[in-house]
Design a protein around this ligand. Structure first.
Ligand code: ZN
Length: 706
């Protein structure tokens, strides 16, 4: 993952308001009062056009409209508004250029320095540096940029920008953006920073709903030793505690390797998942090992086995009452609360007045209709039944619904994990050893010696406390940070694999900030791009160790694995999208109504795209993802990410070398995704590269003799 920039959409909304939890929010009733400014605008137009000439009419009218849209009584009366426009309208070229340059420089400084502060305040919690004291956590939670939007409207910097630079819609950026100059793109990005003026109490409500649903999800564990089959047999080992949905799904994947009990375990997990989605799961068994539960019959009894430590269980679970009362639709109540909080921001976001629009038009910059079509192209591809048939052949049985998570295309490499650990440990005993090797690694990836050294000089390597992350700078001249785990006896293979991924982020961060024409355009179009670029590096980790390149067969298997994964998650993405539309269409729904609608949407989506392949109807599994409950329409990013990764990787293959292509692509910055992709690969964002690679990979495996 990459830290700070390109935050997942949902987190970005929270990051924007982080820290507000400490401030008391003023009570607010309806939308804020606005002074009447129409007459002021008419007289200003006459006055300023006389001064600057008729040629400024469009700019002036647009600027005043943009300012008026956000101007509130607290910003001043009509006279103050007139004075503001008169003083701050940049009516001639040199003044406008000066304003643009000043803003670009100032905002780079603001972003860059607040990011440095943020990273420093998190240093103890992020790095492997011993005890985290309570004050370390308080420091880490502080976000110096939390109130910047409020501040910049209050001191009118935001209004200066809105008066002089255009707010744009996604449609404009897509239909006109290909012909814009780089400066026009930079101006559009500058204005978009102030496309919303969301009151503090609304941001606070969103942050609270997000924190609340996150907490619900974070505690949603199932104690698997207490999940029994029809005969009361325990299928899973003692102490196994799986978080929904991630661990449950990954257990299904792992169980393909268990030839004795794998299938029974997978079927049981499917039952568990369906009980969660339909909320027929007994409330008493959620994160509670005191009861044994048969998810097929839904029978609950006090457990005869104790595989837990009393101290770690919440006190409430100790209630001796035997309850098989179902969870009372809490899952859907949380989702509904996310929706109710999100829509409070709608009136303050005129260019993207729903959360759906904010995700697609602003965060992804891909129209929702196009994204839906991209997903449908994968879901209805004639390749799906062919891959499905191949999976059945490999499994030796008909597909069952949980096989949407089939993991058998993943091949065990030639080297065991232990062998790889040994190799890496010797090569990189410390973080410094890895840091020293970065110029060599980059040259192996095709960068020239000079470029490799230039980038390596910009990267600082730290041992991470968690699994790892990359944190780029936001101001030129500051460094990019690579954090990965380094064990006491050296880096293991997992730590190295993550380091190579994070290094991909760091290289992108270096070029897309320091080697770009406008810092207002630094970065990449959206999260999917930054991850795709990092995966290009990560996919070469074994070659970089001097171990064998993957052969044609293992590459084909990896492609089929990605294709099947995209097929699965594209349906999940469609469910997420349809559920948000349903909530906007039924704003007064109850949790029970939302549950009924979600189940219907999940079944319909399954029946349309999966039932013909799996031979079973009305499955609700597509509704199991936890992101649906706590991540505010984030799920469509996954299938888009798979598609983008294939487009970028294919282009690198075509070019024959990663280094120069990587640099060329990352210097385009955060223009619209389609424009970026057209310049990078010759085609807009879409599923074609993934489908083409799958079509090539299929015969490779279908015709294999083994
Ligand atoms: Zn990443």
């Amino acid at each position: 993952m990459s830290l700070m920039r390109n935050l997942p959409a949902a987190l970005a909304a929270v990051a924007l308001v982080g820290g507000l939890g400490l401030a008391a929010a003023p009570a607010r009733k309806a939308a804020p009062a606005k002074p009447r400014l129409q007459e002021s605008q008419m007289s200003l137009e006459k006055e300023l056009l006389a001064k600057y000439g008729e040629g400024q009419r469009t700019r002036l009218e647009r600027g005043m409209k943009q300012v008026t849209q956000f101007w509130r009584a607290e910003d001043g009366d009509a006279k103050a508004y007139e004075e503001f426009v008169r003083t701050n309208f940049a009516g001639d070229g040199p003044t406008l250029d000066a304003l643009f340059e000043r803003m670009e420089f100032a905002l780079e400084s603001f972003d860059g320095h607040t990011l440095e502060i943020n990273r420093d305040f998190r240093m103890q919690t992020d790095l492997d540096r011993g005890t985290i004291y309570p004050f370390d956590e308080t420091l880490a939670a502080y976000d110096p940029s939390a109130h910047v939007n409020d501040d910049f409207f209050a001191n009118k910097i935001a209004f200066v920008v809105l008066l002089n630079f255009p707010l744009t819609t996604l449609e404009q950026r897509l239909s006109e953006g290909d012909n814009w100059s780089r400066r026009q793109w930079a101006e559009a990005r500058l204005a978009s920073r102030f496309s919303k003026r969301i009151p503090a109490d609304v941001n606070l409500a969103i942050a609270r709903a997000a924190a609340d649903s996150e907490q619900y999800i974070a505690g949603y564990n199932v104690w698997m030793h207490h999940v029994v089959d029809e005969k009361g047999n325990r299928l899973f080992p003692a102490k196994m505690r799986l978080l929904s949905h991630w661990n449950l799904r990954d257990q299904i994947k792992a169980d393909y390797g268990d030839s004795t009990n794998g299938l029974a375990k997978q079927r049981a997990i499917q039952q568990v998942m369906e009980r969660i989605v339909t909320q027929t799961i007994p409330k008493a068994v959620v994160d509670n090992p005191r009861f044994d539960w048969n998810p097929f019959t839904n029978e609950v009894r006090p457990s005869t086995e104790k595989d837990f430590d009393e101290a770690i269980l919440p006190a409430a679970s100790a209630a001796p009452k035997l309850a098989n009362a179902p969870e009372p639709d809490t899952r859907y109540a949380k989702l509904l609360a996310d929706f109710q909080a999100s829509r409070k921001a709608d009136p303050y976001s005129p260019t993207a007045p729903t959360l759906i629009a904010r995700r697609f038009d602003e965060n992804r910059e891909l129209p929702e209709a196009r994204v839906r079509k991209m997903f449908e192209d994968v879901l209805t591809s004639p390749l799906v039944p062919r891959v499905a048939k191949l999976i059945e052949k490999r499994l030796g049985r008909p597909l069952e619904p949980f096989d949407v998570w089939y993991a058998g295309f993943k091949q065990r490499g030639k080297y065991s994990e232990a062998e790889l650990d040994d190799i890496v440990r010797k090569k990189y005993p410390t973080a410094e050893a890895y840091k020293k090797d970065i110029p060599n690694i980059l040259q192996k990836l095709g960068f020239s010696k000079e470029r490799a050294e230039y980038v390596a000089d910009n990267i600082i390597v730290h041992p991470a406390r968690g699994s790892g992350h990359a944190s780029g700078a936001a101001k030129r001249g500051y460094k990019a940070y690579l954090r990965t785990r380094v064990e006491k006896d050296g880096m293991n293979y997992k730590g190295y694999n993550i380091a190579v991924h994070e290094m991909g982020h760091n290289v992108e961060q270096t070029f897309s900030l320091n080697d770009i024409d406008h810092t207002l355009l630094s970065g990449v179009p959206n999260t999917a791009f930054t991850e795709a670029l990092a995966f290009v590096f990560q996919g070469h980790d074994l070659e970089l160790l001097g171990l064998v390149k993957p052969d044609a067969k293992s590459r084909a298997l990896a492609t089929l694995n990605d294709f099947w994964g995209t097929y699965e998650i594209a349906g999940v993405g469609l469910v997420d999208m349809a559920v948000w539309h349903w909530m906007y269409d039924h704003p007064n729904a109850t949790p029970a109504q939302l549950k009924a609608a979600t189940l219907q949407i999940a079944r319909d989506t399954w029946n349309k795209y999966y039932a013909p392949v799996f031979g079973k109807k009305d499955v609700v599994l597509l509704g199991i993802y936890s992101h649906m409950i706590d991540s505010f329409l984030y799920l469509p990013d996954y299938p888009i990410g798979h598609m983008i990764a294939f487009q970028i990787e294919r282009q690198m293959e075509k070019a024959g070398s990663i280094g120069p292509e990587f640099e060329r692509m990352t210097k385009m910055g955060s223009v619209a995704p389609d424009l970026w992709m057209k310049k990078a690969t010759g085609a807009p964002v879409g599923p074609e590269a993934l489908l083409a690679a799958t079509a090539e990979a299929l015969p490779e495996i279908e015709n294999a003799k083994d």
